[in-house]
Ligand binder design. Sequence first.
Ligand SMILES: Nc1ncnc2c1ncn2[C@@H]1O[C@H](COP(=O)(O)OP(=O)(O)OP(=O)(O)O)[C@@H](O)[C@H]1O
Ligand SMILES: [Mg+2]
Length: 467
Amino acid sequence: MNIDKSILIIDDEENIRKYLGRAMAKDGFDVFTAEYGKEGLNLLVRKHIDIVLLDLNLPDINGLDVLKEIKEVDVQSIIIIITAYGDITSAVEAMRLGAYDYLTKPFDIEDIKIVINKAFKIIGLEDRIEGLQRQVDRFKDGELITRSKKMNDLLEFVERISKASTTVMIYGETGTGKELIADLIHKKSPRTSKPFVPIDCTSLPENLLESELFGHEKGAFTGAVGVKKGLFQVANEGTVFLDEIGELPLTLQAKILRVLETKSFRRVGGERYLEADVRIVAATNRNLKQLIEEERFRSDLFYRLNVVPIYLPSLRDRKEDIFPLIEYFVQLFNKKIGRNISNVSNQALKVLIDYDWPGNIRELKNVIEHMVITSKGNIIGMRNLPTEIRDIDKDVSFRSDHLIENDSEILPDYRKTKRDLIEGFERNYLKRLLEKNDWNISQSAREIKMHRSSFQRLARKHGLQRS
Ligand SMILES: Nc1ncnc2c1ncn2[C@@H]1O[C@H](COP(=O)(O)OP(=O)(O)OP(=O)(O)O)[C@@H](O)[C@H]1O
Ligand SMILES: [Mg+2]
């Protein structure tokens, strides 16, 4: 994530604005310039400015007054003063009023860069303290694995809609990958170099959530010692991901609607409107229409958000993804936990594929982690399954796995075990074969040299059909 760097140069000398502006732009800064003090202050209230280069000798207002006013509006921007050679008194006064440093004219561009870089280190530090960087490494293992046609179609759609700045609404059960998709939309968009800022609307009580989203002014409430930047400001030119938006309190719904309509917002306790150039992606696992009926969700906000709806299928509706996801998570946890699992027993695989996965991919990920942690050898099997999953299908936990993996003295019934094992293998194999061939029966039958009608009978026996 790139927290953007911006600089405002307030100086009446055109040469300085041009010369310095160009040099700073080259160094990756967003550059704003102003000839007059008033003009500079105007920019300052509307834009997110990190550093102000302020000439004390301005045509309209005294630079020191500008400085005072900046400090009132935005305590966080760092102000570097430019003074005429020899005017050390006002430089000292400026420092007393809260300027970060000063330079005397004529100055060297390199000197200015050194001062600015030093100042930036300070900003970086403050930002970290504020926790703005906390999301940076979240998606290190956030690869999106899928083999299903449904998901591939959806990804194609995501790719197309990412380019524009339209609001996107993601629907899906818990754990289906809503946040992963939101992140992908951001990554595929022109905003990719700017921040992606997720916020869970259920994570904070209403008043704290408001100040988290919009920031607050100094003294807005007890404990608000300084100005705080909200997530909408941090995410400027980037994407805000409003997770669980169905839970957002009605008062904040009205404020989000305002952001969408006017592209501006106010800090808690603030008067002025700040520009918000953000794309909003929201997600919910609730039925918003029903919440609207219960008057817990604003219908106007719903229509604003629902410009591009995306429906994430549950894992049980794309069972073909279970196997590749297992493979991926096994590798992931091998690496994380330092194991070397090379296989999953057929029986365990069958249970995993048959299971309903109410918690979807998140649940599968947790289960695989559990299995990898509890494994002893190189294979994970039935005994590594969490009991609640193993016991779901008693018929399956009849212990054929036991026979293979355990040296228990109690042997299960020979014929039944054999039959069940073969059935399990048969079902698994045919299913994977069919998926591989996009459910083309003739092609699948041909591949294993079986008659088409026998194949069909077998598939029917196992209830295999395209979901
Ligand atoms: N297709 C996928 N491939 C790999 N990992 C995935 C996939 N989908 C989801 N995950 C992983 O599963 C976990 C849950 O995903 P995510 O947080 O995006 O779901 P969610 O829908 O936002 O869940 P919740 O409703 O619980 O907030 C994450 O660790 C994510 O990395
Ligand atoms: Mg989520």
